[in-house]
Design a protein. Structure first.
Length: 285
């Protein structure tokens, strides 16, 4: 895995204030290479990928966290996902490259819904709705944490079409009066970070510039990489969800069923024998 794609947690010692930092280049480039994205869409997707990695630091189990949005604007679909072991994937769909412009989140997505979905490998899936009142993705996600999790959070994410990066600071439950004072200081300092600094500087330099007067514990680097979770088995499960009648209808019309992964463009082809085995006991078609 590339050293350019890293994630690190940090903690302000003797407090209930934590943080996380991420920088992505190779994995972001791999995801962008799947589709020719207009610049505003590439930036929004990069911000979403960085945000998904930062938010995945809250996972206390094996599973995935995804940020999903559907809108009526130039960008109709946005999805960024990160697993507990820092594998990411993402995609954006847009109407027309020539008309895909926008200064902020709501101009790009228009009216629509945004949600955070947490999917554990074992247990029930959870989904929370993200408010769309803020004009930036960071602002929307900050409001989500404040309303849904009751956690004061500041989030800074930037992307330039070549690399993306992010910084998160958050107050945890059980904060003391000293934590209140610490939070005021670090929130003010974090807000001074610039896009250029976050995209070009390593984690040690960023945290030293911002918080050199605080006692910060920086945890080990964790590599981040693009990896799609699609498989032949998962694709068969999707066909099973479509239903027996629909699958056999496609077979009658096309002779086989072909499905492409929207994230990595892997191609899966299924013959009649595959569908017969999938729907055991229904082979007389």
């Amino acid at each position: 895995m590339s050293s350019n794609d890293q994630f690190r947690k940090f903690l302000f010692e003797h407090s209930q204030v934590r943080g996380a930092w991420v920088h992505l280049k190779e994995s972001y480039g791999e995801i962008l290479s799947q589709t020719r994205y207009p610049e505003p869409v590439a930036q929004l997707l990069g911000e979403s990928l960085a945000a998904s990695v930062l938010m995945s630091s809250t996972l206390k189990f094996h599973g995935t966290l995804s940020l999903q949005a559907n809108g009526e604007g130039p960008v109709t679909t946005l999805m960024a996902e990160c697993s507990h072991d820092r594998y990411i994937r993402g995609i954006a769909r847009f109407d027309d490259a020539d008309s895909t412009t926008g200064e902020n989140l709501n101009q790009l997505l228009g009216q629509g819904r945004m949600a955070i979905t947490i999917t554990p490998e074992q247990g029930q899936r959870y989904q929370g709705v993200v408010p769309r009142e803020a004009e930036t993705l960071s602002g929307a996600l900050e409001e989500y944490f404040e309303r849904s999790e009751q956690l004061s959070t500041r989030l800074f994410v930037f992307a330039d079409g070549k690399q993306c990066a992010g910084l998160l600071i958050q107050r945890l439950p059980g904060a003391t009066e000293e934590d209140d004072q610490l939070w005021e200081r670090v929130e003010h300092l974090a807000a001074t970070i610039s896009q250029e600094e976050l995209l070009t500087l390593d984690s040690e330099t960023v945290l030293h510039r911002l918080f050199h007067e605080e006692e910060v514990r920086l945890y080990d680097r964790e590599p981040v990489a693009f990896r799609c979770s699609c498989s032949r088995e998962r694709t068969l499960a999707a066909l099973q969800a479509i239903g027996r009648d629909e699958c056999y209808s496609i077979l009658e019309e096309q002779g086989s069923i072909e499905m492409d992964c929207q994230f990595c463009h892997a191609q899966y082809r299924f013959q009649r024998i595959d569908i017969d085995q999938l729907f055991a006991g229904h082979t007389l078609h």
